[in-house]
Design a protein around this ligand. Sequence first.
Ligand SMILES: Nc1ncnc2c1ncn2[C@@H]1O[C@H](COP(=O)(O)OP(=O)(O)OP(=O)(O)O)[C@@H](O)[C@H]1O
Length: 332
Amino acid sequence: MRDDDDVIVLSGLTKLYEPTPKWMRVFSRSHLRTTVRALDGVDLVVRAGEICAVVGPNGAGKTTMFRIMVGLTSATTGTGSILGLDVEKDSEQIRQVVGWMPSEDRSLLMRATSFENLQLHGRLQGMNRKELAARIPHVLDIVNLEPQTHTVVAGLSAGMRARLRLARALLPGPRALILDEPTGPVDPIAAYGLLTLIMDLAKQERLAVMISSHRLEEIEALQSHALLLDGGKVRYSGDLQSLRHEWERPQLELETTDHQSALAVLAGLQAQGIEAEIGEASVRCRPAGQAEVGAIVMRLGPAAANVTHIREIPMPLRDLIAQVYARGGNDA
Ligand SMILES: Nc1ncnc2c1ncn2[C@@H]1O[C@H](COP(=O)(O)OP(=O)(O)OP(=O)(O)O)[C@@H](O)[C@H]1O
């Protein structure tokens, strides 16, 4: 039986994209020759007030899963429900309880204002003018976009556009939010603001939130449940922070003033037993374990004076997933 707090429930969700029939290949340049298993038996429960971050490399199945949940495509087998409503059979009602934020800005009308975009979307969703007149100022206020109510979208920054897309998802007063790469083109500071907003919403409104991102640091900031997908399969479902702590060894790039300084930094790192590679005016290394960046730089001695910039390059998500798989993650 469904727990009242279980808002999103996926069970054995599987999606196959079948090959394009031969006769149709004449008309389509991007036809499919073999069956693609985009999702393979995905189980998941997201409770009220919980955020589930969906992580995976390109083609892992994130968008397909989201599209099934909002009724834009159907599952081949398995079931999905939101608040007890079947994502396929009850797609009309689902639209009233789910806020969907697709990954691209293309869905916004660039020459229309924020208000007009929300109005059009609301009308398409079957909301009446009176309802919208009350609801639009409220959602614009939630996303701190009230001053831009009558600004055309083309004049908004990437961060503002992302907030407008979030406002659009909030329009029906949803119980669940599905956000496909909401921070895609947004700079890190604006992205952090957007994520904080999403976290506050989840908590205050007890929304069940599913969010996909390629940026692990964002996923970590969410302090959420994580679903790691790879080739349509669930490789890990749980707390991503502990997974990352255990497995990740980020790479450090130390930029220097010139090649001579880079050579001195290289020697300093090697003296600490850290393997490093030299570039023209930079050095890259991957310290073992949770080594403190500050301590490593201090131990460089006088060579540290010529380090102009330190960049932490996160371990590619693909590598992290590969390690989960190697450890025997889920059905591996
Ligand atoms: N309409 C479609 N027809 C055929 N194959 C598709 C279709 N949509 C997606 N696929 C395939 O299904 C698999 C999963 O794609 P999906 O877009 O769901 O992954 P994703 O994790 O969202 O990737 P990305 O991070 O690149 O957005 C991929 O192999 C993709 O090529």
